[in-house]
Design a protein around this ligand. Structure first.
Ligand SMILES: [Fe+2]
Ligand SMILES: [Fe+2]
Length: 180
């Protein structure tokens, strides 16, 4: 399915950000100062691309049809697994932002520790999540959804992709800051 290829490709882009975030945490551990423009750009990329573009596409299209059509196993996998992990990721980013702001105003070492902790919590959960989707969740949908449903998913994904185009310019600007 083309729509699944799109999601896998988005995972590749998100994974590059995860690797970059890990490198930044190591730099901080080794004594570098906090690079606020880097974290601001990363948080905007996570919210507007990883979450609004990628996770919402899964939630609104593929996962919605899997829950409707594939019964208990799909419901458990998605509602108690994937969606919970999306929420946890959002929570980690909220906490990261809070500790960045606090560290900027107070310079407290506890906030510095939490910046590293929440960044790595996000990196670790997303890496595990992406691996599970690529190897289990997407193939489960692709192998079991009815042909008519797959056609609907392809159509809705296509429409969504033209919506996603609207943020492509901003996305490129953010990537330049993140990977400078
Ligand atoms: Fe997901
Ligand atoms: Fe995903």
């Amino acid at each position: 399915m083309k729509s699944i290829d799109v999601l896998v490709k988005e995972h590749e882009e998100i994974s590059k950000l995860l690797d970059r975030l890990e490198v930044e945490c190591i730099k901080i551990l080794e004594g570098s100062s906090i690079d606020y423009p880097f974290f601001e750009a990363s948080i905007e990329f996570i919210r507007d691309y990883a979450d609004k573009v990628h996770h919402k596409k899964e939630e609104d299209i593929l996962f919605k049809y899997m829950v409707e059509e594939l019964g208990g196993a799909a419901q458990k996998l998605i509602q108690h697994g994937m969606l919970v992990e999306h929420q946890l990721g959002r929570h980690y980013i909220t906490e990261l932002e809070k500790h960045l702001n606090e560290y900027e105003s107070n310079g407290d070492v506890h906030d510095r520790l939490q910046i590293i902790s929440y960044t790595m919590a996000y990196v670790n959960i997303l890496r595990m999540h992406i691996e599970k989707e690529n190897s289990v969740v997407y193939p489960f949908g692709e192998n079991n959804l009815a042909c008519g449903t797959k056609e609907l998913i392809e159509e809705e994904t296509k429409e969504r992709l033209s919506e996603d185009e609207k943020i492509s310019e901003r996305k490129e600007e953010l990537l330049k800051i993140i990977f400078k």
